[in-house]
Design a protein around this ligand. Sequence first.
Ligand SMILES: [Mn+2]
Length: 323
Amino acid sequence: MLSALSGKGLLIHHWDTDGICSAKLLLEHLSGKEIINKTPELGNYFLTENELEEYSKYDFVIITDMSFPENNILKLAENAKVMIFDHHLGKVIEKVYHHNPVIKGENPDKYPSASWIVNDFLGNKINLFALLGIVGDHEQKIKNNKDFYNKIIDFCNENNLKFEDLLKMVYLMDSNYKLGDKTTVEKAPHLLLSNGSASDILNNKIWNENLSKLNEEITKILEKPSDEISGIILKKINTPYNIISTITRKIAWETGKNTVVVNSGFFNNKDQIYMRSIKNAEPMIQRGKSLGFKCGGKKEVLGAIVPKNKTDSFVQEIIEFLR
Ligand SMILES: [Mn+2]
């Protein structure tokens, strides 16, 4: 199916480890073709008007580990053949090739990352990149998914690695987007193509320097106390770094409680809102969308970008939903 693609190609991928690894696997497979890769403006789960215009001059567009609004996809599909490889929740877009077993009703636990879905689609054997996407999206939580945790541990044993090494690789790769550097995110899949061994990744000097900077900021934020409303953690932060998902995970996984984080420091006129819930987040994601917000997520995750004057009321609704 991919071999039939011709002309100028564009690959759009998420900025995190799963997106970078999925992009690496696709670029490797498409190495004979003319294709470049881009990630959206960091923090945007949609394409801007400028991006849509620029990306309309390609013959084929592949999107991986991102669930864009349907109208974005349909715009791209006016001029290009569009293929999507993803595992986020959403609805099937019939007009394009939409490979996402999760929205077609499959168990998300069997498709824990876009990298896994891509690797499987390409017919590759299990490899570092298929697994790093999984570790990136789930971190320690993947230990609860016995099937996949066993696959990861088998791979580690065969390759003289530890689970913690894989986690470290994830943090290193994610440091690019967390520091807000879109260009280095876009370079990362190419770096993995040329220098992609486990030790290349672990010893990448710049990524290691990034990580120290981020860890300082994260520690500082976590040391400050959060509010708690009926057992729900609410944390308000103000940081220019794109670390809201990291902060939310850390708090949610350490406390085992529903967690809501609001960051007022990333966008000028909007706030980032992130929620990790014990129950299915989908109704709240739908609610965010129906209010006109950029809003997306997974089974237990909601991320939204909300105009600053709407933040308080939306946070209130989330808390009502969680209690
Ligand atoms: Mn993913």
